[in-house]
Design a protein around this ligand. Structure first.
Ligand SMILES: Cc1ncc(COP(=O)(O)O)c(C=O)c1O
Length: 375
């Protein structure tokens, strides 16, 4: 009989968001400009039956909205209770226990979690400043390759040439590739973005091996509703849909997400542009004051810190600001991940960061943090 809890699973920790009550929440990469107003209007118009009835089994209306937006057949679209659900369903559909999953390291924290839950072997490659080559991922003997671009937690985006090389290498018989584009909208609005994404979607549909995952939790500001989607060839999608199961996305979440995607009010583009401008100002300001944030194409930045990230985070929380600590990041060391907010929020963060870790404080600053943590 398999012992309970099974081996490997026992050590797994429940994912814990930062739950301390804080004034400024910069730890989960949501949209600090608020939610898409077209989605809010849908929620305000809700009727009793929208809640007492089950939703559509496979969110046909949202699938149609995605299909219209991307000009793909609805049979190439899957929805999920957040894009986490699309990732989870793809892992379960594709991998037998023991299968290998290759990914550029570091990556989205849910991936190591899914590896343990599904008894899979992770093959992390590269580091935060130097991603692996597509060839290294393809040669890793993996059944599944997970690539996040722009990457969480670093914020850096892979070039289109890099992605094309990976997709070329997969062909119709290679490992299944998940291309997680949770932060896609910010990448497109970033300086230097190489356009032509629509053809990338079309290209992904040419072989039953590529799943493009997107979310409504970030640019659209709908994290509380839990809606995401994937685009893939119907042969791959049909298998993943079996793992997903019916009745995942709530009816109001589906309707609100479809309204946000159709974006009749035109809210999305200027909002994303403003977030990107604030991000670039934050990066420039940190650099001007001696910080060394990684280049970002997302709505957050990774900022190396001169002391243990967990201690710095504790200090931030004491000042009313939640950020996400990343200890021991390969290629970077101790770092914080910080969501971009409007100017007053950025100012508060910079002030706290200077107070806690200003580079001028040097070793004395580290000692002060360590002493405070100890006492
Ligand atoms: C890279 C990445 N993928 C997927 C997700 C999941 O998003 P959702 O809220 O749609 O489940 C996140 C959320 O933080 C993310 O950072």
């Amino acid at each position: 009989m398999t012992p309970f809890p099974r081996e490997g699973f026992r050590a797994l920790r429940r994912y814990t968001p930062i739950e301390d009550p804080v004034e400024i929440e910069l730890s989960d990469n949501t949209n600090l400009w608020g939610c898409h107003p077209d989605a809010l209007a849908v929620m305000r118009d809700a009727a009793s039956g929208d809640i007492s009835n089950y939703p559509q089994a496979y969110s046909s209306d949202l699938r149609d909205a995605v299909a219209d937006t991307f000009d793909v057949p609805a049979e190439c679209v899957i929805t999920g209770c957040g894009s986490d659900d699309v990732l989870d369903s793809t892992f379960r559909a594709v991998c037998d226990p023991g299968a290998r999953v290759a990914f550029p390291n570091p990556t989205f924290l849910m991936i190591p979690h899914l590896l343990v839950v599904n008894s899979l072997q992770g093959v992390p490659l590269g580091n935060a400043r130097r991603p692996p080559s597509p060839r290294q991922l393809l040669d890793a003997g993996a059944d599944l390759i997970y690539v996040c671009t722009p990457n969480n937690p670093t914020g850096t985006a892979l070039s289109r040439a890099w992605i094309e090389e990976l997709l070329d290498g997969v062909g119709s018989t290679g490992p299944v590739v998940i291309l997680d584009e949770a932060y896609y909208e910010f990448n497109v609005a970033s300086p230097g973005y190489d356009p032509g994404d629509t053809s990338l979607v079309k290209r992904a549909l040419a072989v039953p091996r590529i799943m493009i995952a997107r979310t409504f939790s970030k640019a659209y500001g709908l994290a509380g509703l839990r809606a995401g989607f994937g685009i893939a060839h119907p042969d791959l999608l049909g298998e993943v849909e079996k793992a997903r199961g019916p009745f995942k996305v709530g009816l109001l979440a589906e309707r609100a997400a479809a309204a946000a995607l159709r974006d009749r009010s035109g809210w999305l583009e200027p909002t994303v542009r403003e977030i990107v401008a604030c991000r670039d100002r934050l990066v420039a300001e940190l650099r001007r004051r001696g910080g060394d944030p990684l280049p970002s194409s997302a709505n957050f930045i990774m900022l190396p810190v001169p002391a243990p990230a967990v201690e710095v985070t504790r200090e931030m929380i004491a000042r009313g600001i939640a950020v996400r600590p990343f200890p021991n990041v390969p290629g970077v060391g101790e770092a914080l991940r910080v969501t971009v907010g409007p100017p007053p929020v950025i100012e508060r963060f910079i002030e706290a960061w200077e107070d806690i870790c200003h580079p001028a404080a040097g070793d004395a600053g580290q000692e002060a943090i360590a002493a405070e943590a100890a006492g």
